[in-house]
Design a binder for this molecule. Sequence first.
Ligand code: FAD
Ligand code: FES
Ligand code: MG
Length: 299
Amino acid sequence: MSKSKPATQLKAETKTNTHKIIAKQDLASNIKQIQVLAPEIAQKAKAGQFVILRVHEDSERIPLTLVTWDNDGTITLIFQEVGYSTIELGKLTVGDEILNIAGPLGKPSEIKNYGKVAVVCGGVGTAAAYPIAKALKEAGSTVISIIGARNQQLLLLEEEMAKVSDEFFISTDDGSKGHKGFVSDVLKTLIDKNYGFATVYAIGPPIMMKVASDVTRPYKIKTIVSLNPIMVDGMGMCGACRVAVANQTKFACVDGPEFDAHQVDFKELMQRLKGYVPEEKSIIQHLNPLGGKCTCHQH
Ligand code: FAD
Ligand code: FES
Ligand code: MG
C-alpha cells in the first residue's frame, strides 16, 4: 500500500463535514434516494458521471451515479441496499453527514442530437439512465425509454423518465405492470417495428446490458452501456475496475464508465463482480447476527 495519497484524492477527501443529507426518501423496498450538500460536485457534474463516497472513517469506498445536481449546491443519489456499505449509508438520516464524497468522476456521456435514441434501463440502473435521457432530450434527440424491474413496486422514476421521453414503455418480470418479461424483449419488438434507432443506451445489471447488446448486434445499432465493475480509488490507479473492451484493458473509472457494448467482455465483468462475494456475505452477517442471512435479495 502506498504511503502518500495522490493530490487529487487528498483534495477530495479533505472536504469533510460538508456533505449533509438534506432530504431522504424511500423509493422502493431497499431503494433509497438522498439529497446531499456537495456544492463543488453539483457545480461540475455532467450526465453519466458518478461519485465515490465513504460513510464514515472505517467505511469502504462505494461508487454511486449522480442522478441530479442543482444550482442550490445539492446532488441526488439513489442506491439499493445490497450489502454492508449501502446498508450503512441507508441508516443515515436527514441532518447526518457523509464523511467524504469524491467527484464528479468518470467521463461524461457524449450528449448530442442522435436522432432517435432508445434508453433501456433496469432496476437501479434507471437512476443512472435518467440524467442521460434528460440530457439527450434537451440536446434534441427523440428519446424512447424502456424501463424495467422485477415487479411494479421496484420500478423507479416512472414519472421523471416519462417526462423526458417522447415515448415510454414499462416492462416487469412478473407482468405486474407493462410488458411481462424483459426490457430487451420490448427493445427487440420496437426494432422490428422499424423504430430506426440511431443509438441505444442500455444501463442496468450486467446481464441486462449483455442481453440488450445481443439484441442490437445483428442490427448493427450503436449501443452504449455504463459499466459497474468494483471500484476502489476511482482515479485510474488501483486497477480494481479493469474491464476488457475490444480485447484491451480499460479502467472503467477513468476510461468509462460508458463503453461500446458490442466490444465489452461481459463474461469477465460478471466474473470479477463476484470476486469478493464470500467476504461481502460474511460482513453482512455482522449486521444481521441472528438470522445470518442478508435481506437484499441479491445473495
Ligand atoms: P457488497 O455486499 O460489498 O457488494 C454487493 C455487490 O456489489 C458485489 O458483489 C459487487 O458486485 C458490487 N460491489 C461491491 N463493492 C463494490 C464497489 N466498491 N464498487 C462497485 N461495485 C461493488 N448502485 C446503486 O445502487 N446506485 C447507483 O447509482 C450506482 N451507481 C454505480 C456507478 C458506478 C460507476 C459503479 C461502478 C457502481 C454503481 N453502483 C450503484 C453499484 C454500487 O456501487 C454497489 O452496489 C455498492 O458498492 C455495493 O456495496 P455494498 O458494500 O453495499 O455491497
Ligand atoms: Fe481504481 Fe478504477 S477504481 S483504477
Ligand atoms: Mg461492500
